[in-house]
Ligand binder design. Structure first.
Ligand SMILES: NC(=O)c1ccc[n+]([C@@H]2O[C@H](COP(=O)([O-])OP(=O)(O)OC[C@H]3O[C@@H](n4cnc5c(N)ncnc54)[C@H](O)[C@@H]3O)[C@@H](O)[C@H]2O)c1
Length: 349
């Protein structure tokens, strides 16, 4: 049985990917701090859960591992701007170290799930050979990590980089800070779709089931085709101008919830805008995205209707990291004898 080490395994993508790997017959070693809760991965026979910080892992973590999917990250622009030192340490140094340890430990394949945000602002349709234009800490850290992990290709060590479009769809660790997911929530809850100004920006979107299917495909695909390669992950019909995306989401959500949806503008104009070519992944990997925005919207509304998910602070990545750091500071100040009101020490009798 092949064994896959997944970092960031309790995250939005990880908590969909891990059950899929198990179902496909892999054993999984899931490494995460589980900032968003340990309940995101159900215990299963071939799943080993290690609560650890990716910045301190050593060679022992890679014992018996065939493949690594290095999802771990501070996973969006606003969180990375606020926690920039941590972002460089986790998203860049930690993942370069992970690739190095994987290589030294005889791991066969290492997959880096990077982000299409490294294209930043582009006028034309861009492909994997186009110059990148990272505009944020998050994007710059991804760009440097790509560069340094790709330099580790050699011998039998296969490295592949995935520049994922913005992901949407239901996950046990739900993220309502992602475009389609947040728009869908607004429609379902208030009949109002939040739309980031000025709506003219382009952004590619990919369904979470498609994004995770690609990762599984890379584990068995001909190594000579994927080694040292960078792939944009998504589809050309998933390149949306944000106001068109909003219209599609509003139409689907309006029909499903039987209400009229209003648009609610927010924020300053977004300077990131890019349309991507996905010809390379379709040609070399013989893979095409299968899902649609409509399916993503419908499944999120179904999960909301069933009460499986709500917009709690942990579904907004930046809010949750801010909450955790704020409460950590307070708890450190007031904790005594292992507790707050409930303490470990018995009063004298
Ligand atoms: N979701 C998207 O739209 C998208 C798009 C492009 C790229 N990506 C990339 O895909 C990857 C996964 O994204 P996601 O949406 O699942 O993010 P996420 O925030 O849901 O998951 C990240 C996971 O990493 C864990 N983590 C963070 N720091 C850690 C540390 N130091 N040690 C151990 N665990 C730690 C968190 O607990 C979390 O479970 C990230 O690299 C992200 O940049 C995501």
């Amino acid at each position: 049985m092949d064994r896959v080490l997944v970092t960031g395994a309790g995250g939005y993508i990880g908590s969909v990917l891990v059950p899929k790997l198990l179902k496909a017959g892999y054993a999984v070693r899931a490494v995460d701090r589980f900032f968003f809760g340990k309940d995101k991965l159900a215990a299963q026979p071939n799943l080993e859960i290690l609560v650890e910080d990716s910045r301190v892992i050593d060679g022992g973590f890679f014992k018996g591992i065939d493949f690594v999917i290095d999802l771990v990250a501070i996973s969006n622009d606003p969180s990375a701007e606020l926690f920039s030192d941590e972002t460089w340490a986790i998203n860049h140094a930690g993942r370069v170290n992970c690739a190095q340890l994987a290589r030294e430990s005889g791991v066969k394949r290492y997959i880096l799930p990077s982000s299409a945000s490294i294209y930043g602002y582009q006028d034309e349709l861009v492909d994997e050979n186009s110059p990148t234009n990272p505009l944020t800490v998050y994007a710059r850290a991804n760009e440097r990590t790509e560069h340094e992990v790709l330099a580790k290709v050699g011998g039998d060590f296969v490295v592949t980089v995935l520049r994922q479009a913005t992901v949407y769809g239901f996950s046990p660790r739900m993220r309502f800070d992602l475009a389609v997911n947040g728009m869908t929530y607004g429609c379902w809850k208030h009949g109002k779709l939040p739309l980031m100004r000025d709506g003219k920006q382009y952004r590619p979107m990919v369904h979470i089931q498609d994004a995770t299917d690609v990762m599984l495909r890379l584990l068995t695909f001909d190594a000579t085709v994927i080694n040292g390669q960078v792939f944009n992950v998504g589809s050309e019909d998933g390149n949306f101008q944000i106001e068109d995306l909003a219209r599609r989401v509003a139409e689907t959500a309006g029909k499903k919830t039987r209400r009229t949806i209003e648009i609610e503008w927010y924020g300053d104009p977004d300077h990131r805008s890019y349309r991507l070519s996905f010809a390379k992944i379709e040609r070399l990997l013989k893979w095409r995205a299968q899902s649609t925005v409509e399916r993503g919207v419908e499944e999120i509304i179904d999960a909301l209707d069933r009460g499986e998910v709500e917009k709690t602070p942990d579904t907004i990545t930046l809010d949750w990291y801010q909450h955790l750091t704020h409460w950590h500071k307070i708890i450190k100040e007031v904790e005594k004898y292992g507790g707050i009101l409930d303490i470990d020490r018995k009063p004298p009798v």
